[in-house]
Ligand binder design. Structure first.
Ligand code: MSP
Length: 673
């Protein structure tokens, strides 16, 4: 048992909380709760990153003073997290006076150590990243930031520089001595090769705007927003009592998205070392997780706004959202948040596995043990008890290791395995047959074992689902989890026998959604946002099938990239649309694909769309599909052959189609990739 300090990135206030930021914050909260269970003394930090050009501009467009603007958005974050059962110990703002004082002091230390000098910077700046970009990093044409896909700005101004180059070797030595510092492994390798390829001194102040912490002794400059922001992890603890969470004996973990790993794994330790912190005073782990897509689509601004984690939590309960995010996404990898999969997983893992186990066991106890925990007799175990004990030991152990190793998805997988084993035990032990034989000792044994396993499961679920875990405990007649530093309550041996404790059945803990309820929920929850990209293969979109043979093996549903590349998907602009006489389903469209002439496309859209509703829409067209004939029809008294020179992408039944479309500024003819 020790000290555990875990942080989220501090979020920019140019955006409100969304599923991506909720994901990071939920994982962080769950990790901290796990350590609370282990008896560690813990501290969790989150907050908002409020300075810098991006925020100054955003405030200006709203006609607000930056501080007024940041007060309002910061409050949105502060109020959001408790609604997801996230309990941070401090919500830091980079406009907090103690933070500003700390950063000023850090700057002075670095300056005193000779690592800052004045110079002139000229180069490219991405305001979205709040970061300078090298020529090599930019995407052409258009000098685009590879992350934001928007043009960078040319910057030329005087600036303070941090001697980052000087820290290249010490950083590499540090990484070598601390192989766990950057996780997961693949990300570590990326950072290593970045640092090995050579570090350049870093511009750490700006003079062309004023929304930042002034550089001590030269207030024409404000500090670079990342210098200011990264310091929050240390400033939040101050120099008093809380500084114990930064002591070498404390474990310090920064959870970040992969997009901001470099700042954390390179700049942050370099700043700290330069300010005089010793290697053992650097954070222990920078863990870079992957990015979420939603229903197969990248979370662009529109989607971000419409997949509101607070709405999901209000509809399903925060626990269900937390569980799904933690269980469905392999932490560290990119993952998809799929609404339908969420409901399926809820039904399977929570409804039919854990929830069913709980109601089965409580139901049996109501009938057979007066609704109370029975006693147990450990001396007459049979093979099935041995199997249950084995499953218990393996899974509580594996789940603990997984949480410890920052793998919540695996920890929850093992928790579910244990519930599964217990359900199997109910079937095999069949206490109802013992009731027929009047074998009460055996009944007691079976039900006691099950209740004890359920108790362990309630603890194991708590980091992910604190409210539901406590509700489960209430049904088991147990008090809510009250983690105490110094007391490790993670299950090891089976929990003790609680003979005589009354159970409190309170209905299904996880009522399952039937098909109708699932449909209704999906209709409510799935964002009504037009697709901005070609959907991932698992969606129901009608996609073109290439006629050339696939290199994929039979039974394998994946295709090689080369196969995909053969499909020519293009942006089309619908110029005209009309019904096809005597063909109820068909519309004839002319679609501009950026070619000399618009193409004629015949499509089965008429049951959903009035022709005029389609004119002016941007659609996605499979442009290299062999022309297809739809018989003939009479237009203006003339009989013509109906030949379609392409296919539109759409999803859903004929009467309720949704067209795949794209952002308005995509020119007709542009290729999707
Ligand atoms: N202010 C900086 C961080 C400074 S930390 C000293 C910043 N803020 S941010 O508001 O842009 O938040 C970025 C973080 O949000 C990512 O690192 C990640 O943790 C989370 N996510 C944002 N979009 C996400 C997804 N689509 N998927 C998963 N996480 C995402 O960068």
């Amino acid at each position: 048992m020790g000290r555990f300090y875990v942080t989220t990135p501090i979020y920019y206030v140019n955006d409100v909380p969304h599923l991506g930021t909720a994901y990071t914050t939920i994982v962080t909260d769950a990790l901290r709760r796990f350590h609370q269970l282990r008896g560690d003394e813990t501290f969790m930090l989150t907050g908002t990153d409020e300075h810098g050009l991006k925020i100054e501009r955003e405030a200006k467009t709203k006609g607000l003073e930056p501080k007024v603007f940041t007060d309002a958005i910061s409050a949105r974050f502060r109020e959001a997290w408790p609604k997801l059962d996230i309990e941070a110990d401090r919500f830091i703002r980079t406009t907090d006076p103690d933070h500003e004082a700390f950063v000023t002091d850090l700057w002075k230390k670095i300056e005193a150590n000779g690592d800052l000098y004045e110079g002139e910077y000229e180069g490219w700046y991405c305001v979205g990243c709040e970061s300078l970009k090298t020529d090599k990093e930019l995407e052409q044409p258009g000098n685009l930031c590879p992350l934001h896909k928007s043009p960078v700005e040319r910057v030329k101004e005087s600036s303070y520089f941090f001697r980052l180059e000087k820290w290249q070797k010490p950083l590499l030595d540090f990484y070598a001595r601390h192989p766990d510092f950057i996780q997961p492994e693949s990300r570590r390798n990326e950072v290593l090769s970045f640092v090995q390829s050579g570090l350049k001194d870093l511009s750490v102040s700006r003079t062309t705007f004023s929304w930042g912490i002034p550089v001590p002794g030269n207030p024409k400059h404000v500090m670079y927003v990342w210098f200011d922001a990264l310091s929050n992890y240390r400033s939040a603890l101050g120099t008093g009592e809380l500084a114990r969470f930064w002591a070498p004996s404390a474990k310090v973990v920064h959870v970040v998205g992969k997009d901001i790993l470099r700042f954390h794994a390179v700049f942050w330790p370099a700043f700290l070392l330069s300010a005089g912190y010793k290697e053992e005073e650097l954070p222990d782990v920078i863990y870079a997780h992957g990015f979420l897509t939603v229903d197969g689509q990248k979370m662009g601004k529109a989607l971000r706004n419409s997949v509101d984690p607070l709405k999901l939590a209000a509809e399903l309960g925060p626990d269900v959202l937390r569980y799904h995010l933690l269980r469905a996404i392999a932490f560290g990898q990119d993952g998809d948040f799929d609404h339908a999969a969420l409901l399926e997983r809820y039904n399977a893992d929570l409804g039919k596995n854990v929830g069913n186990l709980l109601s089965r066991v409580i139901g049996l106890c109501t009938k057979m043990t007066d609704g109370k925990h029975p006693g147990d007799d450990p001396t007459t175990d049979t093979q099935i008890e041995a199997d249950l004990a084995q499953a218990y030991e393996t899974n509580v152990d594996a789940a603990r290791t997984a949480w410890d190793e920052l793998a919540p998805h695996l920890a929850l997988e093992h928790t579910m395995k244990l519930a599964n084993a217990a359900n199997l035990y109910v079937d095999r032990a069949a206490p109802w047959t013992c009731a027929k034989n009047g074998d009460t000792a055996r009944i007691d044994k079976i039900l006691s074992r099950l209740l004890r396993v359920l108790e362990a499961i309630s603890v194991m679920l708590w980091p992910a689902m604190p409210t539901k875990a406590d509700a489960m405990r209430a049904q088991l007649g147990l008090t809510p989890i009250a983690a105490t530093a110094g007391v490790d309550v993670w299950p090891t041996a089976m929990p003790k026998i609680r003979a005589g404790v009354a159970l409190a059945h309170a209905g299904a803990l996880f009522p399952t959604y039937d098909e109708k309820a699932q449909k209704e929920l999906l209709a409510k929850l799935v964002p009504k946002v037009e697709l901005t990209e070609a959907p991932a293969p698992k969606t129901t979109a009608k996609t073109a099938t290439a006629t050339t043979p696939s290199t994929a093996t039979e039974g394998d549903t994946t295709i090689a990239y080369d196969d995909f590349a053969k499909v020519d998907l293009r942006v089309g602009l619908v110029k005209t649309a009309e019904k096809v006489p005597k063909k109820d389903k068909l519309l004839r469209l002319s679609v501009d694909l950026g070619e000399a002439e618009p193409r004629t496309i015949v499509a089965g859209l008429a049951l959903t769309f009035a022709p005029e509703a389609l004119v002016g829409k941007k659609v996605i067209v499979v442009a290299n599909l062999a022309p297809r004939e739809f018989g003939s029809a009479e237009f203006d008294g003339k009989k013509v052959k109906l030949v379609s020179q392409g296919m539109l992408l759409a999803s859903g039944p004929s009467e309720a189609l949704r067209l795949a479309t794209i952002d308005d500024d995509a020119p007709p003819g542009s290729r999707l990739k």
